[in-house]
Design a protein around this ligand. Structure first.
Ligand code: UD1
Ligand code: CA
Length: 466
């Protein structure tokens, strides 16, 4: 029978050193909040209903954020330390049926770079060995702030000493506690109650469990990892920025190795879930965020921002363009300085130029809106040309209305299209028109005052003034 593994993620603390009103685990790095990264890593070793998140500060927000993942929650009302936080789970996890052959993995919610493979290796070591617990350690050039590991003669862990309680000699130890542990469930729950808040901070330190287990005649093993990067815990905003940079670096590296050109990669922000096809080019300072997919041989211009959007192959996004919740077909050219939002759909080889905004609009294949237009709640047919300055008046102050423009139509510059409105295929709208009534296919619609010429008017005016 496979041993049962329960994961507990501690996420109740405020994170005083962040100097923030927001709970630390809600701060973001690499496009996700810290706690989302940790919960994602835990899925390598346990299904979501075996993951318990201990919440406290801003518990409602943390719950709301993680609820879709299916994890469980336990509340720690007062934050009296990491040992106290784990104790909050005792009732729900210490059922005899779970405990017998089970293991408990403890993770801290402020350690977001942890790799799933490392967690899986920790569990493999603990479940195949005899120790009461195994914990992940590493060596740091600057171990300041972390708990130090006191090793015994055979490499076993004798104790963890927190920074605040350590002697000078102990502070010189470079081996640190990552805060990632795997315990034999029965021993953990039996001895956890023995932790006392007898330290300067009057907190219940989970790290004291190591000495307690040793005293009871059990051993604790260390799993030292060579690359300390993935164990970085975040306590301050300086560390938050550093971890964010590491996430970004990982992502652009992965994309470059997969055939994407990224110019000045240190300036580019690409979220972990983004997919980009080979031979695409990303220019400096572009931001590609959320659930975005880009096909092959596309180009994302400098300073463009794309979020939750899908681009086919050979799409060109010129600089400073802003695209959210939109879909763009092959060969389309968007920008510079264009804005697409609210479910805009751009057909293949269409062109959207500078200072054109599209909201909830289907823009047909080969159609063009090259300058200065607003198209909202509209459907525009294939190969139609939208002149500069065209506005769909989709809002009457209370409700939104649709505009439908057929294919091969020519909308003259500065047209005002008052919705709801239907404009037929292959029709023409004269420049400067205000169009309020339907336009049949192949018709010419003019909705403007006729021009008046008054010959010699200027001279007459001059005379009058004398
Ligand atoms: C902790 C470890 C330290 C280790 C370091 C690794 C202890 C006593 N110390 O120190 O040995 O080197 O992590 O990053 O465990 N939390 C709660 N409830 C509480 C207190 C904390 O849920 O009452 C949560 C926090 O939200 C956070 C995590 O536990 O996600 C760690 O707490 P933190 O205060 O950051 O511990 P460190 O001082 O970093
Ligand atoms: Ca920490």
């Amino acid at each position: 029978m496979k041993s049962q593994i329960n994961v507990v993620v501690l996420a109740a603390g405020l994170g005083t050193r962040m100097k923030s009103k927001r709970a630390k685990v809600l701060h973001r790095a690499g496009g996700l909040s810290l706690i989302e990264h940790v919960v994602a890593a835990s899925s390598a070793i346990a299904p979501a209903d075996h993951v318990t998140v201990v919440v406290g500060h801003q518990a409602d927000q943390v719950r709301a954020l993680l609820a879709p993942s299916g994890v469980r929650f336990v509340e720690q009302r007062e934050q009296k330390g990491t040992g106290h936080a784990l104790l909050a789970c005792r009732e729900s996890l210490a059922e005899p049926s779970l405990v017998k052959s089970g293991f408990v993995v403890v993770l801290y919610g402020d350690c977001p770079l942890l790799a799933p493979e490392t967690l899986a290796e920790l569990v493999r070591r603990q479940t195949s060995g005899k120790a009461a617990a195994t914990l992940i350690t590493t060596r740091l050039d600057d171990p300041t702030g972390y708990g130090r590991i006191i090793l015994g003669e055979h490499g076993e862990v004798r104790a963890i000493v927190e920074q605040k309680a350590a002697t000078r000699e102990q502070l010189a130890i470079p081996i640190i506690n990552s805060g990632i542990y795997c315990f034999q469930a029965d021993l953990l729950w039996r001895h956890l109650l023995e932790i006392r808040p007898d330290n300067p901070a009057h907190e219940y330190y989970l790290t004291d469990i190591v000495e307690i287990l040793n005293r009871a005649g059990h051993s604790v093993a260390a799993m030292e990892v060579e690359n300390p990067t993935e164990l970085l815990g975040i306590n301050t905003r300086v560390e938050l920025a550093e971890v964010d940079r590491i996430f970004r670096e990982r992502k652009v590296r992965e994309l470059m190795l997969a055939g994407v050109t990224i110019e000045k990669p240190e300036t580019v922000t690409i979220d972990a879930g983004v997919r980009i096809g080979a031979d695409s080019i990303v220019e400096p300072f572009a931001q590609i965020l959320g659930d975005t997919t880009i096909g092959e041989e596309s180009r994302i211009g400098a300073c463009a921002i794309l979020r939750d959007s899908t681009l086919a192959a050979k799409v060109e996004i010129a600089p400073f363009t802003h695209i959210v919740d939109s879909k763009i077909e092959t060969g389309a050219h968007i920008g510079p300085y264009a804005r697409l939002r609210g479910g805009a759909r751009i057909g293949s080889n269409a062109r959207i130029g500078n200072f054109v905004e599209l909201k909830n609009t289907r823009f047909g294949a080969g159609a063009k809106a090259n300058h200065l237009a607003y198209l909202g709640d509209a459907e525009i047919g294939e190969n139609t040309n939208i002149g500069a300055g065209t506005i769909t008046c989709n809002y009457d102050g209370a409700n939104k209305h649709p505009t439908r423009i057929g294919k091969d139509t020519f909308v003259g510059s500065n047209s005002t299209l008052v919705a709801p409105l239907d404009i037929g295929d292959a029709s023409y709208i004269g420049a400067g028109s205000v169009i309020t009534d339907p336009v049949p296919a192949e018709a010419l619609a003019l909705g403007r005052a006729r021009q008046v010429i008054k010959e010699g008017w200027a001279a007459k005016r001059k005379k009058k003034k004398k």
